[in-house]
Design a binder for this molecule. Structure first.
Ligand code: 2P0
Length: 342
């Protein structure tokens, strides 16, 4: 194979997303089909850049994150996704691939680096395979973004939603081909987020394990699907009406129910810490003062704050003043992934 840098290497950028309505549990662990529909906002300021390259010198697919070679265990899911593309593009004998990923997000600290990571990987792989194999074939169809989201999903559930910008739903679907991302609003209005990074430590309980354990043992889990659908309806309405208070109230309620499923697991566990609750309390205080400000938290102690873009600076400054040791990341609605030209 002639190595042509324009063809044999592609880089893509994908942005993280934060769920307003959470994904928590799989009905199919192999295909990564969720137990309920989730809804998120893609963020502008947190993202992953990933370069994928065919490399004839490799004897297996390799993954580097922030310049560090990852072991076989950490590379497993990446290989799984690469193999889906090999199969889709009828390229089983394609050269092995080098994946170089740079997170502009603290990895695995509940700031959603797996969402941007697998979205960037999938977005780059589609371009790599289409550059390489489409010109020689008349039997391969172009892959659209909907289909691409089903590929990203099989690397990490939350990555499904990072295939689009703005507010995005990952729908329950009937099977693999329609459990996909659907963009619902570009978020290009008076809405923003502030991420309060309480800890950038790698979490002890992975989301994958945490949701499985919860689904299998939590007394509250049977209710989760039902209440989640109700919250989803309200958030959808709030987005259509651009009503930040309606969105925020339903988002907070969904977050608390989501964490309640873990309190009711056997044995019980939580990702939240005393620091998380201190911030929650302060969010209430700010809200009582008249600001539209709401919280959500994922599989980690960090608190994500939804607010108006026009009030973000004021809220940021107040939180920074109260919690001097906490790192804050400002964000607004972010775009879909894109290819990076060198
Ligand atoms: C979400 N989270 O909707 C939920 C809320 C965390 C809490 O998606 O097993 O890394 O790879 O599909 O996507 C984080 O879980 O889990 C997540 P896998 P993922 O954003």
């Amino acid at each position: 194979t002639v190595v042509n840098n324009n063809i044999n290497s592609v880089a893509a950028r994908a942005h993280t997303n934060i769920a307003l309505i959470k994904y928590w549990g799989k009905r199919d662990e192999k295909l990564y089909l969720p137990t309920s529909t989730s809804l998120s906002l893609t963020l502008d300021s947190l993202y992953t850049d990933t370069r994928v390259s065919f490399d004839n010198d490799l004897d297996k697919d390799v993954l580097y994150i922030n310049g560090e070679l990852q072991d076989e265990k950490s590379t497993e899911k990446v290989v799984k996704v690469i193999n889906l593309f090999r199969c889709r593009y009828v390229a089983d004998d394609s050269p092995y691939i080098r994946v170089e990923s740079y997170n502009h997000v603290p990895t695995a600290a509940g700031l959603a680096s797996s969402s941007s990571g697998f979205a960037a990987l999938s977005f780059a792989l589609r371009a790599l395979f289409e550059n390489q194999y489409l010109p020689e074939s008349d039997s391969i169809d172009l892959m659209n973004d909907t289909e691409l989201s089903a590929f990203a999903r099989q690397g990490s559930g939350s990555a499904t939603r990072s295939i689009f910008g703005g507010f995005v739903e990952w729908v329950y679907g009937t099977g693999s081909s329609d459990s996909v991302a659907v963009p619902i609003d570009d978020g290009d209005w008076d809405v923003a987020m502030i991420l309060a990074a309480v800890s950038t430590q790698r979490k002890k309980i992975s989301s994958t394990y945490g949701m499985k354990h919860t689904a299998e043992t939590s007394a509250f889990y049977p209710l989760w699907k039902q209440v989640s659908e109700e919250d989803l309806r309200v958030v959808r309405e709030g987005i259509a009406e651009r009503d930040i208070d309606k969105i925020g109230a339903a988002m907070e309620a969904n977050c608390m129910k989501f964490h309640a499923t873990m309190f009711a697991a056997n044995p019980p566990f939580t990702y939240l810490t005393a620091r998380s609750f201190e911030i929650i309390e302060y969010v209430h205080e700010l809200r009582d003062s008249g600001l539209s400000v709401y919280f959500t938290m994922d599989a980690g102690p960090n608190v994500k704050i939804l607010c108006r873009k026009s009030e973000r600076q004021e809220i940021h400054d107040k939180i920074a003043q109260r919690f001097a040791d906490i790192t804050l990341f400002d964000a607004a609605s972010g775009p879909a992934p894109h290819i990076m030209r060198d």
